[in-house]
Design a protein around this ligand. Structure first.
Ligand SMILES: Cc1ncc(COP(=O)(O)O)c(C=O)c1O
Length: 450
């Protein structure tokens, strides 16, 4: 942990006053905001300005992988800062970022050998959408009518205008409809909430059938399908039937549409494999990564794609074929250094192998939670686990408030509880986290677990 603040540092009370007075927090109804100022973080804990400690049950918005303030990542960032904090990626590149591009290609699914850098997940999606669109305009057999995208259910791919256009969460995006482009939507492949008459074992075929119906009608205008594989996180930890992703890849090939996988949230081990698409052996045409890319330390995102796509953008300067999209800080070397250090840790700490008992423990604890009468649809993929509340809409918020009082930070959700801790969480911390959640549910509902 860093040294304590100096004598002139503001008091915790002052920080709270300034926070309320000036800091407009994202995705937060400021009218109801209960100030929480974090002064430090170490391991899997956040440390409040007032010294309270909270387990980071949502890995600082699905980012943190190896724990906070890991000396290896901190050192890699410091060393890079000593060599230069920022070097542009426009028309040149820094050695650290070059090394990261090579490293990412080495771990990505086969065929993804070109790496576009950006600064956040939404931008990685924008890059994929625009590149797919432009590809069909200038590929060897152009299909200029392919200008639309097919997305799924309550998808969330970010808040910029393009990313929001392929989003399906009305609460976030409906107001902006006049600014967004039209997308085609297939039902979100939720394996727990099936339409009446669809048996669980038929779920995969059902959702693939619905998707195929749309592609059969509209493939001529669809440039790409975009989906978060295995788990649609912001949609409410919607988990897909096994095999859906593999079937979707086949449909994309059959109907000549590109496949964009958004692994901004589920990438870097959250599903138990480095990338979620590995579970079905799928290689997409675009793989969007963010959040955990730098171990969750610094902003960076990437869009990986194939040489087939890249080649369609080649030509002389006057051809106008280049991709005119980029961000000032894309490929930032300090972020790249963090990402390389994080990938080193995946190897040296055997992060994915070490995850297996943690996934098992989390599963056991969610099975137990499922026995609570107020809870339904307990579900898990990797280190992501969620359950819905049967009845009262505000239970989730109250349980999150209880958790905060008892040393656990989870993101308040009205109708559900979920956790997505850092991969570095220990078995003891998983138990501590789940003990608090269980006690919170019992306290808020007034009903004991059997
Ligand atoms: C699946 C997914 N895609 C894209 C984004 C957008 O990423 P960012 O917030 O870094 O722009 C998010 C953010 O939560 C996400 O969960």
């Amino acid at each position: 942990m860093s040294d304590p603040p100096g004598r002139d540092a503001p008091t915790p009370e002052q920080l709270i006053d300034w926070d309320v007075a000036h800091f407009w927090h994202s995705f937060t109804q400021m009218h109801e905001y209960e100030p929480l100022v974090i002064a430090a973080a170490e391991g899997c804990e956040l440390i409040g300005a007032d010294g309270r400690r909270f387990l980071d049950g949502a890995s600082s918005m699905w980012c943190n992988v190896h724990g906070h303030a890991h000396p290896a990542i901190n050192q890699a960032i410091s060393e890079q800062l000593a060599r230069g904090a920022h070097i542009t990626s426009l028309g040149m590149g820094c050695d650290t970022t070059v090394r990261l591009a090579k490293r990412l290609v080495g771990i990505a699914p086969a065929g993804l050998d070109r790496v576009l850098f950006s600064s956040d997940g939404s931008s990685a999606i924008e890059v994929a959408l625009k590149t797919a669109f432009q590809y069909w305009q200038q590929c060897p057999e152009p299909r200029p009518a392919k200008t639309r995208f097919l997305a799924f259910g309550a998808a969330y791919h970010g808040d910029t205008i393009g990313a929001a256009s392929v989003g399906g969460i009305d609460k976030f995006h409906a107001l902006f409809k006049p600014l967004l482009f039209d997308a085609v939507y297939a039902p979100g492949p939720d394996r727990h909430k099936l339409p009446a008459g669809v048996a669980p074992e038929a779920a995969c075929d059902y959702y693939l059938g619905e998707t195929e119906r749309l592609l059969a009608e509209r493939a001529d205008e669809v440039a790409a399908v975009v989906i978060e594989p295995l788990v649609q996180c912001a949609a409410g930890m919607v988990m897909h039937p096994p095999g859906f992703l593999g079937g979707l890849r086949k449909l994309c090939d059959r109907y000549n549409v590109l496949l964009i996988l958004d692994e901004v949230a589920v990438g870097f081990g959250k599903t138990g494999r480095m990338f979620a698409c590995e579970h079905d052996g799928v290689s997409p045409d675009f793989l969007c990564l963010g959040k955990g890319l730098t171990g969750g330390y610094l902003p960076m995102a990437t869009t990986l794609t194939r040489t087939k796509i890249y080649n369609a953008f080649l030509g002389d300067a006057a051809s106008g074929r280049a991709l005119y999209h980029g961000h000032t800080f894309c490929g930032n070397p300090a972020s790249a250094a963090a990402a390389l250090a994080s990938l080193d840790l995946f190897e040296s700490e055997q992060t994915l192998a070490g995850l297996e008992p943690k996934i098992a423990r989390l599963g056991e604890r969610f099975c137990r939670l499922a026995e609570h009468p107020a809870v339904t649809n307990a579900r898990q993929t990797g280190i992501i686990a969620a359950a819905d509340y049967v009845a009262e809409h505000q239970v989730g918020r109250k349980v999150a408030a209880y958790a905060l009082e008892h040393g656990l930070w989870i993101r308040p959700q009205p109708g559900m509880v979920y956790v997505m801790p850092p991969l570095a969480i220990s078995l003891e911390e998983i138990d501590r986290m789940m003990d608090v959640i269980e006690a919170g549910i019992v306290e808020v509902t007034g009903i004991a677990i059997k």
